[in-house]
Ligand binder design. Structure first.
Ligand SMILES: *Cc1c(COP(=O)(O)O)cnc(C)c1O
Length: 415
């Protein structure tokens, strides 16, 4: 690489960091002071420093001090209180529609089944579940399992793996037999950002329910669930919301549907009167019916620190920085990686791109392994895709440049 080019990118990175209103937030994260370069905040976000204290205080003061009284005093309400906060800060959801529950996989199962059952009861011809062929594995496996369980049919939307399901493809896939459309807002592989309001309208105009998987958008790309008229949504909290490994997911059910949908995992925590211990299950009113068992309280403590940061920064500013980070990563890639044979496997148009970019080359699996031993942490997805996840609150422009320089070095060593 020419030294002119390197110097130009270095001064550009310095200017971008100097002008970045979110730059000070980076120091709020554990590890910001080390030379480690982190590009996988879209798989497992860094912990905020405040979280270490929060967890320790919870163990000694709340768990240790309040013991069983903690449930009545606050823990029973926590799934709803944190859910509402995520709804307000990241999802454009009015209170009473978002709850923290089980894993993403389990919540997707519960909502997909509830929606399919409601549709088949209303119209026995509505037996089709529409899903992208390249969606995240858990989404595809769930759809296949539920279709087999309920006698429904899967309609696969064939996609370009450098993009995802768009309006043209969806229009061709839906029709009078559509029951539910399951869509990824940001594709886990390519970073393709779907048109939320447009795809919601297409699914609903065909008479289907839309269920959005928000795993790669929540906390990174603004979502307006109420304004778009979305029916259902589920998303992860351990990616851009930094809830920690395996922290429980959130579910959104539009207020208009809550009392008509019944989910299949009928546990005591979703019952109308939790402590009556009655002879039979009657689902609670509102969002409680989408819960099943005892809420994973420890798992939902950590994400509150990132929600505090998100409240200070605002999701619009987070998105602005996210776009600037991915634009810069693409410029650097075009400058120093394209000459080594690297191809961009993400949309070029920022309006169609979420918070990560995928750079492809046949040697990227080996490149990733080499980088991990040097404390440079992107991740790898077949075929040949190096995913550069750029979490706006915890990533600097200088980090992007140094990291992509390390990718170039690793590539030269592999090819
Ligand atoms: C990360 C991710 C999941 C993960 O589901 P878990 O139940 O938390 O393992 C599901 N869907 C998408 C699109 C994801 O990106």
């Amino acid at each position: 690489m020419s030294t002119d080019l390197t110097a130009a990118f270095a001064s550009e990175a310095a200017a971008l960091d100097a002008g970045d209103p979110l730059a000070p937030h980076r120091d709020a994260f554990v590890g910001a002071e080390t030379p480690l370069l982190y590009f996988d905040g879209n798989s497992l976000g860094r912990p905020p420093r405040a979280t270490a204290d929060r967890l320790a205080r919870f163990v000694t003061e709340e768990w240790g001090g309040r013991l069983i009284r903690g449930w009545d005093e606050s823990w029973m309400q926590l799934p709803f209180a944190i859910g509402d906060r995520i709804g307000a800060l990241a999802l454009g959801a009015a209170p009473g529609q978002t709850v923290i529950g089980d894993s993403t996989t389990v919540l997707l199962y519960k909502l997909l089944r509830a929606a399919l059952d409601a549709q088949m009861a209303r119209d026995p011809e509505r037996v089709e579940i529409v899903v992208g062929r390249d969606d995240f594995p858990t989404d595809r496996y769930l759809v296949e399992g539920i279709a087999a369980e309920r006698g429904a049919r899967v309609v696969w939307v064939e996609v370009d793996t450098a993009r995802g399901v768009d309006a043209t493809l969806l229009r061709a896939a839906v029709g009078p037999r559509t029951a539910v459309v399951l869509l990824s807002h940001v594709s886990y592989r390519s970073g393709f950002l779907a048109d939320g309001p447009e795809l919601t309208r297409i699914a609903q105009d065909a008479g289907g329910f839309v269920l959005w998987d928000l795993c790669h958008s929540a906390g990174s790309v603004p979502v307006e669930l109420d304004a778009w008229g979305v029916d259902l949504a589920v998303g992860c909290t351990y990616k851009y919301l930094n809830g920690g490994p395996g922290s429980p997911a959130f579910a959104y059910v539009a207020a208009r549907h809550q009392d008509a949908l019944v989910q299949p995992v009928q546990g005591w925590m979703g019952a109308a009167d939790v402590f009556s211990m009655g002879p039979e299950y009657r689902p609670a009113a509102g969002m409680r019916r989408f819960l099943s068992g005892t809420p994973p309280v420890l798992g939902m403590i950590a994400m509150q620190d990132t929600l505090d940061l998100l409240e200070t920064a605002g999701i619009a500013a987070v998105r602005r920085k996210s776009v600037a980070l991915t634009e810069f990563a693409l410029r650097v890639s075009d400058g120093i990686l394209a000459p080594l044979g690297v191809r961009v496997a993400s949309p070029r148009d920022a309006a169609e791109r979420g918070g990560h970019v995928t750079l492809s080359h046949p040697a990227m699996r080996a490149v990733t392994a080499r980088l991990w031993t040097r404390d440079v942490l992107p991740d790898y997805r077949d075929p040949g895709g190096l995913r550069i996840g750029l979490s706006p609150l915890s990533t600097s422009f200088a980090e992007v440049l140094t990291g992509l320089g390390a990718v170039a070095d690793a590539l030269r060593a592999e090819i």
